[in-house]
Write a protein of this length. Structure first.
Length: 254
């Protein structure tokens, strides 16, 4: 399995380079934003450069974050594999996207997620101060705040992204789509327990999930909904407080 994932990451990198070459030829204006890809030796190098560039404007901080990301990707190649899966998931799920280059360069939700993958590794390796510094930088520059202690799967799509908050200890499964202004966090009076978001869940714009709650696999949470109790698998909830409107067969993809 690991071998097939790595091969897919390598193929993805070749496809991105081809798109970057074509984009620069077609429109010289894109050279400033896309040409850096052609200077990188692999996908991890490009991601590290992109993270540093997007989460800091100060040259010293940019160099520090780029170096930190490079070190993380070299030490834990699974982070690069996860980034490849995240990118292909955007292309698969966003009907407005037809290639890999556009979301890589322009989707701040994607960059924020990869910056979190680096900060999470720092957190797991007893470097909490640098992890929190990366979180703060990403929140300042991208308006997306993901605590380093959160747990997030792969093929996750932070669509639009602005205002997303994923708090400490929150758990987000694979194939989850999260739109702008979504909050997933613990309650102040119960900081030990955080929400769990299952596989394939859709959290629509402005949804709020706070406390010891579970959102079941393939559930959908409507725009602006305030979730105050568990949502069964395959169900849709809307409103404030959120209420069930319909349920697909439990565990089945809607």
């Amino acid at each position: 399995m690991a071998g097939s994932v790595t091969a897919r990451s390598d193929d993805l990198w070749l496809a991105i380079r081809r798109e970057a070459e074509a984009a620069v030829v077609a429109d010289p204006f894109l050279e400033a934003s896309a040409a850096f890809i052609l200077d990188q030796g692999d996908f991890g190098g490009a991601l590290a450069f992109l993270i540093g560039r997007r989460i800091s404007h100060a040259e010293a901080d940019r160099a520090q974050f780029t170096r930190t990301a490079r070190e993380a990707f070299a030490a834990e190649p699974a982070l690069v594999d996860a980034a490849a899966v995240d990118l292909t998931a955007i292309v698969r799920r966003d009907p407005a996207i037809t290639g890999l280059l556009a979301p890589l360069l322009n989707f701040k939700g994607y960059v924020a997620l990869q910056a979190w993958r680096v900060s999470n590794r720092l957190w797991r390796n007893d470097r909490p101060d640098l992890a929190l510094l990366m979180q703060s930088a990403a929140a300042d520059q991208l308006q997306i705040s993901i605590h380093p202690s959160a747990q997030i799967g792969t093929a996750v799509f932070l669509d639009h992204g602005t205002g997303i908050i994923i708090g400490a200890l929150a758990s987000v499964g694979d194939e989850v789509t999260i739109l702008q202004n979504v909050t997933i966090a613990r309650r102040q009076d119960d900081p030990r327990h955080a929400p769990r978001i299952g596989h394939g869940v859709l959290l629509s714009a402005g949804a709020t999930v706070i406390g010891k709650l579970s959102i079941g696999d393939f559930a959908k949470v409507g725009a602006g909904a305030l979730v105050t109790s568990d949502v069964p698998a395959g169900c849709t909830v809307v409103g404030v407080p959120a209420r069930l409107t319909n349920c697909a067969e439990a565990g089945a993809r809607p």
